[in-house]
Design a protein around this ligand. Structure first.
Ligand code: PEP
Ligand code: MN
Length: 358
């Protein structure tokens, strides 16, 4: 059920409706929008007795949500969610995901050491990224492959954040790493392999930081949205969806990047959706063309693997761009962004003069 408040409803009236819902033993999720606030109701086993709610001051209507996902749905919140991050450095404008600005997340697959992280970070911030990615906990297919540096890797990323003004995106693979990622990073990544790890999703829903949720390797759109619903149902409404390719019969790429899911998500959900052309293709020579396509199709951002020495990378070197290739990609991304009414914000470019002046 969804309680739609009148455009002029006061905060007090919204609060009273939430209290009433909670007095029934349900959970109320107040979702303020540009036009009006909607309050999602979860925790109900069957029909909610809504007569009393309808009569409350400030309430416009109470509607049944027929889709399995409720909080994720555009029916609940018609305007696209814009996630705002406070500026890292004084005077820097805030960074957003989901608005006109394209979110550019770049960095190595895994943090390998401080020098590697700093070399890559310096290049991606100069090229225009606002976020730095890097895994400290790596879900690898083989137990013998590099598993990540753990907390030390998170500490290196925290240093990258301070030095370059980049917001940090990194993956949590279990409860323990999620708590640490929540402490050090700006965005908690939930990887494709954990998209249906429901207890981890709920835990991410109780975390303070926004969550970047990657689509499972064979997840349908509905399963993808339901995974986001798990996070939101626990009270964390800052979820970014990420298309990273699904497994198909095709063998010319590692995965098949399903760009059609971007407009499909945008039709059904208010959550921002970004694209990962690195895992989506698995091949360096396909990352730039698919990044261009992702921006053209209307994605809210990109997450791209970049390494200063991909041949010696400890993971995913084959799909990592050289920094020069990332520079060239960003030039193209800016041009395509303009065609679809988006911009790559200059926030990070401000970092260029800051770095060269220091
Ligand atoms: C990653 O981003 O490094 C990663 C492991 O991604 P995915 O979960 O999409 O495979
Ligand atoms: Mn990777």
């Amino acid at each position: 059920m969804l309680v739609v408040m009148q455009a002029q409803a006061t905060e007090e009236q919204v609060r009273a409706v939430c209290q009433k819902i909670e007095s029934f033993g349900y959970r109320a999720h107040s979702m303020p929008g540009a036009q009006r606030t909607a309050i999602g109701i979860t925790g109900n086993k069957g029909e909610v007795e809504c007569g009393t709610l309808e009569e409350m001051p400030g309430v416009q209507e109470v509607i049944r949500v027929t889709k399995p996902y409720k909080l994720v749905s555009r029916d609940t919140k018609p305007d696209t969610t814009i996630i705002k991050f406070p500026a890292i450095h004084a005077n820097g404008p805030p960074v957003t995901i989901g608005g006109t600005d394209l979110a550019i997340i770049a960095g190595p697959c895994a943090i390998e050491n401080r020098d590697q992280a700093f070399q890559v970070a310096e290049r991606v911030v100069r090229a225009g990224a606002q976020f730095f990615r890097g895994g400290a906990y790596k879900p690898r297919t083989s137990p013998y492959s590099f598993q990540g540096m753990g907390e030390e890797g998170l500490q290196i990323m925290a240093e990258v954040r301070d030095r370059f003004g980049l917001l940090i995106v990194t993956e949590a693979v279990d409860y323990e790493s999620l708590d640490l990622v929540d402490k050090y990073a700006d965005v908690i990544q939930i990887g494709a392999r954990n998209m249906q790890n429901f207890s981890l999703l709920k835990r991410a829903g109780r975390a303070r930081k926004p969550v970047l949720l990657k689509r499972g390797i064979s997840a349908t759109l509905e399963e993808f949205l339901m995974a986001a619903e798990y996070i939101m149902s626990e009270g964390n409404y800052n979820v970014v969806l990420c298309e990273r390719g699904v497994r198909t019969f095709a063998d010319h790429t590692r995965n098949t990047l399903d760009l059609s899911v971007v407009p499909a998500v945008q039709r059904l959900s208010h959550l921002p959706i970004i694209v990962d052309p690195s895992h989506g293709t698995g091949k360096r020579n396909k990352v730039t063309p698919l990044s261009r396509a992702a921006v053209a199709v209307g994605a809210d951002g990109l997450i791209v693997e970049v390494h200063h020495d991909p041949d010696r990378a400890l993971s995913d070197g084959m799909q990592s761009l050289y920094p020069d290739q990332f520079d060239a990609l960003m030039v193209q991304v800016r041009q395509i962004a303009a065609v679809v009414g988006r911009v790559v914000p200059e926030t990070a470019l401000a970092g260029v003069s800051r770095l060269s002046n220091s």
